[in-house]
Write a protein that binds this ligand. Structure first.
Ligand code: LLP
Length: 425
């Protein structure tokens, strides 16, 4: 096996707190969120995208602390459905800075949105228009956007590409469904159409698809202007900004994205004789992902044939991403120094499923043994928000680190939590 004699650096500290200390204090598995890094990422967005409304995509990871931080950093929120919305508003986040998404909003989703006074609702299907208009009532008023399908393929995996024609989100421009829906919205005086929305997909590492989307949406705005005399003040290009999960991977360059999108919009709008709309973006992963670390303890080491399996105390219930999208992570040994050579291993979880693999064919020091700690960097987005209750292990806690201190944000899910929902016999 290829191996290097690089010594393991031993303890790794985040936010001034050694990760091994966090594992001891809160138990494992545990997710650690670096507050300064989250805030720094918000500021990077605000610097790169002045005059842009930046909505944090709550689906990446949400808890009350995160909601506070977004509010303090001056971001808005993109929420999907009533749960995220209600948590945000009951935590004190201003409802008018929230945009509600969902390809199938239930009556309760719409009722909650109207009751809480959500800023904008993104229409994603024709039937939603009449339902929303009825719920708003003849004397009410609600701002809406329309999610359109630009017909662009982008994104890290087929399951997270949403800009192409044949998927469940949005209304197609090329088939005319978007135009039809917009005409119907314009017929509803209580609905105010503020702009077009699209979301191409997730984990996108190139600027080009965003430029193509901007052109496509301005093209539609130009046609709407001709047909209805409509000038839409907003344009939402969604999220999807890719990040690096392993050393050597390239993240999407936000400064380049901002500059090129601005130029593209200015040129396309000038050609169409339209004013440049206010830009909205919805990054989720790029804000939360790199700020999170998952800590696991090794429970078992096993050799089979020519492979070594390292089994940890978490797995696909707290991180379904490798199983769902084949994503590759780079776990590392922490908490002790070693000069052992590196050896190829596969890190697996402890769920009752062979596909419960966290990191296949990676290299770790050859002396990794039960009791060791493994840290998985870039674990802040779409891990816990997609966590499941498989094998009733209970979802892990979340601790925040900042200024040399760690504090619990979300406690571990206990069997009592799980049992409390189980009300029949
Ligand atoms: N806006 C809309 C309308 C979205 O649907 C999404 C993500 C975002 C913004 C934020 O995208 P981001 O900047 O985080 O890429 N579970 C998958 C990702 C699914 C993303 C769903 N929508 C994963 O773990 O990779």
């Amino acid at each position: 096996p290829a191996s290097t004699a690089e010594p393991c650096p031993g303890d790794l500290a985040v936010g001034g707190v050694p990760l091994a200390e966090i594992a001891d204090r809160f138990g494992t598995p545990v997710y650690v969120l670096d507050e300064a890094e989250v805030r720094e990422r918000c500021r990077t967005y605000r610097d790169a995208f002045p005059d842009t409304e930046i909505l944090y995509a709550a689906k990446a990871f949400l808890c009350r602390a995160m909601i506070h931080w977004m509010d303090e950093e001056g971001l808005g929120l993109d929420v999907c459905l009533a749960g995220e919305l209600e948590l945000a508003v009951t935590t004190g986040f201003p409802a008018e800075r929230i945009v509600l998404h969902g390809n199938a909003k239930s009556p309760r989703d719409l009722e909650t949105a109207l009751r809480l006074g959500v800023g904008r609702i993104v229409i994603d299907s024709p039937s939603e228009i009449a339902r929303l208009a009825a719920a708003v009532g003849p004397h009410g008023h609600q701002k809406v956007m329309v999610r359109v399908v630009p017909g662009i393929s982008a994104g890290g995996h087929a399951k997270i590409r949403t800009g192409t024609e044949d998927q469940k989100f949005g209304l197609s421009i090329s088939d005319g469904y978007a135009q039809h829906a917009i005409a119907r919205i314009l017929d509803q005086p209580q609905l105010e159409l503020t702009g077009l929305h699209c979301h191409l997909g997730s984990q996108i590492t190139s600027v080009k698809p965003y430029l193509a989307a901007a052109r496509r949406l301005v093209g539609l705005m130009a046609r709407l202007h001709e047909q209805h005399g409509l000038v839409l003040p907003e344009l939402d290009l969604g999220g999807g900004h890719g990040i690096a999960y392993r050393p050597g991977e390239q993240a999407l360059d936000l400064t380049t994205l901002a500059r090129k999108v601005r130029t593209e919009l200015a040129e396309a709008c000038a050609a169409a004789g339209l004013p440049v709309p206010r830009l909205i973006i919805e990054p989720g992963r790029a804000i939360a992902g790199p700020a999170g670390i998952a800590l696991y303890r090794v429970l078992a080491v096993k050799h089979t044939g020519n492979r070594t399996y390292i089994a940890v105390d978490g797995g696909m219930s707290d991180n379904p991403r490798p199983a769902l999208y084949g994503v590759r992570y780079a776990p590392r040994l922490i908490g002790r120094r070693t000069t052992a050579e590196r050896a190829p291993v596969t890190v697996v979880g402890r769920h009752c499923e062979a596909g419960d693999v966290l990191a296949a064919d990676i290299e770790l020091p050859a002396d990794v043994r039960p009791g060791d700690l493994l840290a998985v960097p870039v674990a802040g987005a779409y891990h816990l928000s997609m966590a499941s209750g498989y094998n009733l292990v209970g979802r892990p806690p979340v601790a925040a680190v900042s200024d040399g201190r760690a504090r619990l944000l979300v406690r571990r899910e206990s069997l009592d939590d799980i049992r409390s929902r189980d009300v029949g016999l």
